[in-house]
Write a protein of this length. Structure first.
Length: 284
């Protein structure tokens, strides 16, 4: 089954890893748009439902970081040497941590509160009371949040090199990130509406923002690892490290502060299980 799916994808898209990454980036962006547009029909999802869905997104990303990035980076692209991939993991986490100094977490921009353990716990933050400044920083924060996802898809297709026998792993990673983009897109739209932004306008804008960020980063990831093959394990580790940082520093804390920790945990476990199934079914 997995071979048939991979061969069908190659037949439709071609063997170019860059073209495959472009298509993958478009697909995950469209799934983000779908999630954002759900707010038009599901106008007021409960916090319990949102926490469960975000827990699911975290579980998918958690499993994908290991099965589609870290383990292949070590076993297949470093000859069993863990050092290059683990260096990438550390660099990915460090990049997200340092970026937080310059750009506040998205939840601060929507709730007005900031965790005391954030990377830069200063009293004065780079934000004014004017809505334009708040929206601008919000866009930057969400852009930063989605960077690892687009990069991971591109690196996955670049690693496969257009080989139908290897592309199953990239497809499972693409589907995993696309799945987690649906609840993420909905949650961001709901939070923005609660902050006072227009429901219909922002739902559309959120999808456009996802496309602008994730599509070029997917292409960039494929180009980088295709042109400079020794970068591959470092790039896979970097994408995984950034994803793990987002899960631990952003998603899980947000789902464990409203009294629905158990729902979020069940969602996370469901996400892990589904991602593991996708990895076996598509990557073989």
């Amino acid at each position: 089954m997995q071979v048939e799916i991979a061969e069908s994808f190659v037949a439709l898209v071609g063997t170019s890893p860059v073209r495959q990454a472009l298509v993958g980036g478009v697909i995950i962006a469209l799934m983000n748009l779908f999630g954002a547009l759900l707010v038009l029909v599901w106008r007021n999802p409960s916090e319990r439902a949102l926490n469960g869905m975000l827990g699911f997104a975290a579980g998918v990303m958690l499993a994908a970081a290991f099965t589609s990035l870290i383990i292949p980076g070590i076993e297949e692209y470093s000859g069993g040497n863990p050092i290059p991939t683990l260096i990438g993991v550390a660099l990915g986490a460090l990049f997200l941590d340092r970026a937080d100094v310059l750009i506040p977490h998205a939840h601060y921009l929507l709730t007005g509160s900031r965790r005391t353990d954030a990377a830069d716990p200063a009293e004065t933050l780079p934000i004014s009371d004017e809505r334009l400044a708040g929206i601008t920083l919000f866009i930057l924060a969400i852009t930063l949040h989605n960077m690892p996802e687009g990069l991971a898809v591109g690196v996955g297709f670049g690693a496969a090199g257009g080989d139908p026998a290897l592309i199953g792993g990239a497809l499972s990673l693409m589907l995993a990130i696309g799945l987690q983009n649906v609840p993420e897109g909905l949650a961001v739209s709901v939070a923005a509406i609660n902050a006072g932004l227009d429901r219909r306008l922002y739902a559309v804008f959120a999808g456009v923002r996802a496309g602008v960020v994730e599509i070029p980063l997917a292409v960039l990831g494929a180009v980088a690892v295709t042109a400079i093959e020794p970068l591959l394990p470092y790039a896979m580790g970097f994408a995984a490290g950034a994803m793990l940082f987002v899960i631990s520093d952003e998603i899980i804390p947000e789902t464990h502060k409203s009294g629905y920790e158990r729902v979020a945990t069940i969602g996370l476990m469901a996400g892990v299980i589904i991602m593991l199934y996708l990895d076996i079914a598509l990557a073989g």
